[in-house]
Design a protein around this ligand. Sequence first.
Ligand code: NAP
Length: 259
Amino acid sequence: MDLGIKGRKAIVCASSQGLGRGCAFALAREGVDLVINARTAAPLEATAEAIRRETGVRVTAVACDITMPEGRAAVLAVCPDSDILVNNAGGPPIGDFRDWGEAQWMKAVNDNMITPIMLIRAVVDGMIARRFGRIVNITSRSVKSPLPSLGLSNGARAGLTGFVAGLSRQVAKHNVTINNLLPGQIATDRQVDGLKTLSAKAGQDYETFRRTRMSEVPAARFGTAEEFGKACAFLCGADAGYIVGQNLLIDGGVVNATM
Ligand code: NAP
């Protein structure tokens, strides 16, 4: 399927590996030129080179912390007129709410709410003027179904979701859409780290714990960054202009709800 976005420009944040990388690859396969970002330069450049080699699109790698104002400025400086923005950053730590003081809450809200909002603010007026824009925020299934050990994520991402619910309806008439993708358990480094922490806390060996968690997913497996990326590319497609302010679960059916 041709998504009609060949030659468009995208910023994909936090994309040297995992879900961001999956989104970057899927957009590149549609012929979208990319600005990709992560804090660590070497793996970021390796991903940029892999995408160039496979797809032939232009890829600019900007090594910086996207959760800092200087990091966002560096990314926006190389692409002030992006057609597509994929917001992503590292997620907050697992723990008990008693572990988190004001500093931890400020960081979670900065990284997973303020950062995407600042990037949306920077690009949305240009998208409106050019009458095309696609913004996808990577959030979490925790927005729809709170996870006990991820209170920082439950809270901070819900704040972003509330903001996006309002703004997406203000900009839709300009062919600018904002939607959220809600990953369940997608096999990435972060997910493996999280499972290791939780299996240690439960006093179970990692492999048994992993298999049990997998068996609880209606799809009977964890997701892949590649299929997650394809969903992202679809939301960025030329014909996706009527999909507005939605929260799409990519979770193999884990969140058990009728709607
Ligand atoms: P991952 O495999 O650990 O990859 C994270 C990527 O983001 C890396 O490229 C990392 O590179 C980059 N990154 C992290 N912090 C950054 C920062 N401050 N500035 C720029 N780049 C940064 O993680 P993932 O599984 O893809 O998760 C991505 C997001 O989805 C996280 O917020 C996570 O909480 C959320 N999520 C994931 C799942 C899942 O099942 N995988 C489920 C729910 C929610 P550097 O470290 O070099 O910066």
